[in-house]
Structure formats: C-alpha cells, structure tokens
Design a protein around this ligand. Structure first.
Ligand SMILES: CC(C)(COP(=O)(O)OP(=O)(O)OC[C@H]1O[C@@H](n2cnc3c(N)ncnc32)[C@H](O)[C@@H]1OP(=O)(O)O)[C@@H](O)C(=O)NCCC(=O)NCCS
Length: 141
C-alpha cells in the first residue's frame, strides 16, 4: 500500500501503528485480509476521556481492492466496537475536497457516504491553498 503515501506520510503512519502496539489501551487497528495478505487497514485512538471521543487516524485500502466496500466494512467494524464503549463522537481529519486532488476528493466522498458531516474547515492548515476538513459523526449528546 505504500503507493498511497509520501515518505513523510509513511513515517507518520509507522508512528501511529507503533502506538497501537505500545499503547493498545488507547490506539487500535483492524486489518482486512485477502489470501493471507493485508489489503486494507484502519487505525483509531481515544482523544478525550476513555472511549468517549474517538479519532479515526488512518484508513487505507490497496488500489486493487478499492471500491468493493472494504473501507466501509472497516469503518463499521470500528463503529460497532466504539459504540459498545459508549462513544459520543467519532471524528477524522483530511485534506479538504476544495483542493480538487482526486484521492482526497474520493476520501471526502467516502467520509460523507459513511455518514460523517463536515463540521470544520481549518483554512491554510497544510499551506495557504490547502485546507483541512474535520468530519464528525455524533452518536449521542
Ligand atoms: C478512501 C478509501 C479508504 C476508500 O476505500 P474503499 O474500500 O474503496 O471504499 P468503499 O468501497 O467502502 O466505498 C464506500 C463509498 O465511498 C465512496 N468512494 C470510495 N471511493 C471513491 C472514489 N474513488 N471516488 C468517489 N467516491 C468514492 C463511494 O460513495 C462509495 O460508495 P459506493 O460504492 O456505493 O459508491 C480508499 O480510496 C483509499 O485507500 N484511498 C487512499 C488513502 C486515503 O485517502 N485514505 C483516507 C484519507 S487519509
């Protein structure tokens, strides 16, 4: 799956997966496996109180396996788990779709399809023309 990321992205991803190993109480991941090969994964972590506000950290599906519902199933798997622990908010940040860069337009569409609402656009986050979108799903008040 490295074709999805820059070198800096891969370093950040490794740090995140390290946290899943070192602090499994707060950071977790699921993988999708096909023919004994990992073809997708999702990682997430507690960001406020224990289990109440959860951030989706990374979600990736290998190009060959995209658009057949794997990422949707990974998100649902996490939601089933976090709802049991009484999650109130599930959120994720990504490059805002205004950048018109196909992979991130797809990511924005994906989050919307999964029922996330874009609640914040943090303008100039990445650079003056590249904004960050924060998508949120709320389960209760
Ligand atoms: C975003 C990503 C995880 C989606 O994975 P996927 O397994 O292909 O997604 P699904 O098949 O579950 O798609 C669910 C819905 O998302 C939307 N979607 C997914 N990929 C899309 C694309 N390329 N273009 C437009 N909409 C898309 C569609 O609405 C789709 O529903 P539909 O099939 O009924 O139309 C995948 O494209 C990916 O790994 N991208 C690179 C990494 C990335 O951008 N991660 C997220 C941002 S950090």
């Amino acid at each position: 799956m490295p074709d999805n990321f820059t070198k800096e992205g891969i370093d950040m991803l490794k740090d995140n997966l390290d946290l899943c190993i070192k602090k499994p109480k707060y950071y977790k991941a699921f993988v999708a496996i096909e023919n004994k090969k990992v073809v997708g994964f999702i990682s997430y972590g507690d960001t406020y109180r224990r289990g109440e506000v959860i951030k989706l950290e990374w979600i990736v599906v290998s190009k060959k396996y995209q658009k057949i519902g794997i990422a949707s199933r990974l998100v649902k798997k996490v939601e089933d788990k976090i709802k049991k622990y009484n999650a109130r908010i599930f959120w994720v940040d990504t490059l805002d779709e205004s950048i018109k860069y196909e992979p991130y337009v797809a990511a924005n569409k994906f989050y919307k399809k999964m029922g996330f609402k874009k609640e914040v656009v943090l303008r100039g986050f990445y650079n003056s023309n590249t904004h960050q979108a924060i998508y949120v799903k709320r389960y209760r008040k």
